[in-house]
Design a protein around this ligand. Structure first.
Ligand code: TXA
Ligand code: MG
Length: 332
């Protein structure tokens, strides 16, 4: 608990303005944690070069083990101090940064990232977020390690309040920049030296967009294969209520997670219903997914009944998160 207390700063919400950015950068420079808004989800950030600050992330989240963290940068020059870029990595960074894409790359010689942030691996996950987070990192002048700002195993926060609620009294200062525009964690691509990209986690950048840039299909890592992102626990994003997926009818006492314009049988049985996107827009559904799951869960339904979501484009990541939310929970 001491690691948490030592690295907790004033528990307050900051505006997403110059003063908020300066206060957040100062706190990070002192080794404190800050919750930063990114376009994907809110992140629990620490100076990635400061081992004690990175350790405080794990303590604050109650992470069961030291999973490697994504290191966030404000420009390509900073990224290249952390990691080695081959031609493909350079191409992907130029096409999609800043944005919801994380690249897993070989660690650079003399990389300043603390080994706790990489879990001692010889690779590092790097991402350039857009908006406020990028401006805070630019001002700090150092990379920032940040997992999603929730207690381990819970739904990723897409608003400042969701981060505050999930971390509770342990929450550090939070910059509130409103709801995250993408709403799903970044897509993680491993770029090996053989020049072949492998998707370790589908996310807020559709693989079809990446495939359009690289010019061929991108392989998906086997869910439990050796190179899957170590943090991809099967039960994750867990609401308290059990989940039923691809439902065609709603049972009494359930909450309905609807998608698209088509009605579902038994909708009148639902104690609460929300539609991720009444028009069937996958980007809108992605942005709404985590807040909607949390809102339905808060009504304590017997189960959350989720209608099918198409698997193309961003639907791949939405289905991945729904499957994890529905997976059997670890005991306790
Ligand atoms: O959108 C996002 O990616 C958000 C925001 C805050 O940037 N962050 C996020 O972090 O989702 P987190 O810690 O929840 O997920 C990071 C994932 C984990 O599954 C971890 O195992 C994987 O990245 N990862 C990190 N470093 C890796 C590495 N060197 N090799 C393979 N996987 C790695
Ligand atoms: Mg997470």
């Amino acid at each position: 608990m001491d690691a948490v207390a030592d690295h907790r700063d004033d528990n307050k919400m900051l505006a997403a303005d110059d003063a908020g950015i300066a206060a957040a950068a100062d706190a990070l420079a002192r080794g404190a944690l800050v919750v930063l808004p990114t376009e994907t989800v809110y992140g629990l950030a620490a100076d990635a070069t400061d081992g004690a600050a990175v350790a405080a992330i794990f303590a604050t989240k109650d992470r069961p083990r030291f999973n490697p963290l994504i290191c966030h940068v404000s420009d390509l020059a900073m990224a290249k101090r952390l990691a080695r870029f081959n031609g493909l990595a350079q191409q992907l960074a130029e096409a999609f940064w800043p944005g919801p894409l994380t690249l897993v790359l070989p660690l650079a010689a003399e990389s300043p990232v603390h080994p706790l942030a990489t879990a001692g691996l010889q690779t590092v996950a790097v991402r350039m977020p857009s908006g406020i987070a990028g401006r805070v990192i630019e001002r700090l002048g150092r990379p920032v390690a940040a997992p999603s700002a929730n207690r381990s195993g819970k739904i990723s926060p897409t608003t400042a309040k969701a981060a505050q609620d999930s971390l509770g009294p342990r929450a550090p200062m939070i910059i509130d920049a409103g709801p995250a525009s993408v709403g799903l964690e970044s897509t993680i691509i491993s770029v090996g030296h053989d020049g072949k990209p492998i998707c370790l986690r589908p996310g807020g950048l559709a693989l079809s967009d990446i495939e359009a840039v690289v010019g061929h299909p991108v392989a998906r890592a086997a869910a439990n294969g050796p190179i899957a992102a170590p943090g991809m626990l099967r039960s994750h994003y867990a609401p308290n209520a059990p989940m039923r997926l691809n439902v065609t009818e709603v049972r009494p006492g359930e909450a309905l997670l609807a998608f698209g314009p088509k009605p579902v049988n038994g909708a009148e049985n639902a104690i609460l219903a929300h539609n991720l996107s009444p028009t069937g827009d996958l980007a809108e559904a992605a942005a709404n997914l985590f807040t909607t799951l949390a809102a339905l869960d808060a009504a304590s339904p017997s189960a959350i009944a989720a209608m099918a979501v198409p698997k193309e484009g961003l639907g791949e990541a939405i289905n991945d998160r729904l499957a994890r939310a529905a997976a059997p929970r670890p005991a306790g």
